[in-house]
Write a protein that binds this ligand. Structure first.
Ligand SMILES: N[C@@H](CCC(=O)N[C@@H](CS)C(=O)NCC(=O)O)C(=O)O
Length: 208
């Protein structure tokens, strides 16, 4: 197994799915966190002056999506065939782009400093985005075979990405009124995986 070092800020944000894949696969890695004050003097070290960056035996791999897919391949959870791989990608990208990235506007004070405004945006997000999104996801999940995982019988990184997304907006998920029993069950299944349960129990609590 290569040696792995993950470089990121001390946030969940774009590194959390990567950490979850490491945890699921039981792969050892080192993590180095940077703060914003030191970032301007450090960014030059990285290929595109952004993080996360995964160092694999000393070689740098940038882009959270590339790192995720690389690790999913290493862990054997990237899907068994081209269709499953594409579907896992589709779900994971949707969770990241449609929900997690859109939640930054009410999660990150640096983006929206006004706390009252952040609360307002969160309420709008719950009503206009999250609730219809879950209705649709429940429908898609059933159409695509009904589980137990997002790629049917095959567990993939999309299930971890889903778990990550729900945790990211858990406070709002609790307020969604329509029931979504099928996809809710996926969350419970992931949460019960022994290595994931262990990771969640011991994980550092970060604001976003
Ligand atoms: N598309 C990139 C975006 C990376 C990115 O923008 N990372 C942020 C932190 S989440 C960053 O490095 N910001 C510092 C900067 O842009 O100077 C990815 O997914 O890895």
């Amino acid at each position: 197994m290569p040696s792995y070092t993950l470089h990121y800020f001390d946030f969940d944000a774009r590194a959390e799915l990567i950490r979850l894949i490491f945890a699921y696969a039981g792969i050892e890695y080192k993590e180095i966190n940077y703060d914003f004050q030191e970032w301007p003097t450090i960014r030059e070290k990285f290929p595109y002056q952004t993080m996360p960056v995964l160092e694999i035996d000393g070689k740098q791999l940038a882009q959270s999506g590339a790192i995720t897919r690389y690790l999913a391949r290493v862990a054997g959870i990237d899907g068994k065939n081209s269709t499953e791989k594409a579907r896992a990608d589709m779900y994971s990208e949707t969770f990241i782009q449609e929900i997690i990235e859109k939640s930054y506007s009410f999660r990150i004070p640096l983006i929206e400093p006004d706390e009252e405004k952040r609360k307002e945006i969160a309420q709008e997000f719950l009503k206009d985005k999250l609730t219809p999104f879950f209705d649709r996801l429940e429908e898609q999940f059933k159409k695509n075979g009904g589980g137990p995982w997002f790629c049917g019988e095959t567990f993939t990184f999309a299930d971890l990405s889903y778990f990550r997304m729900i945790n990211n907006v858990m406070d709002l998920v609790m307020k969604v009124e329509t029931p979504h029993p099928e996809i809710r069950a996926v969350y419970e299944r992931v949460a019960k995986l022994p290595r994931i349960a262990d990771y969640q129990k011991n994980k550092k609590q970060r604001p976003f």
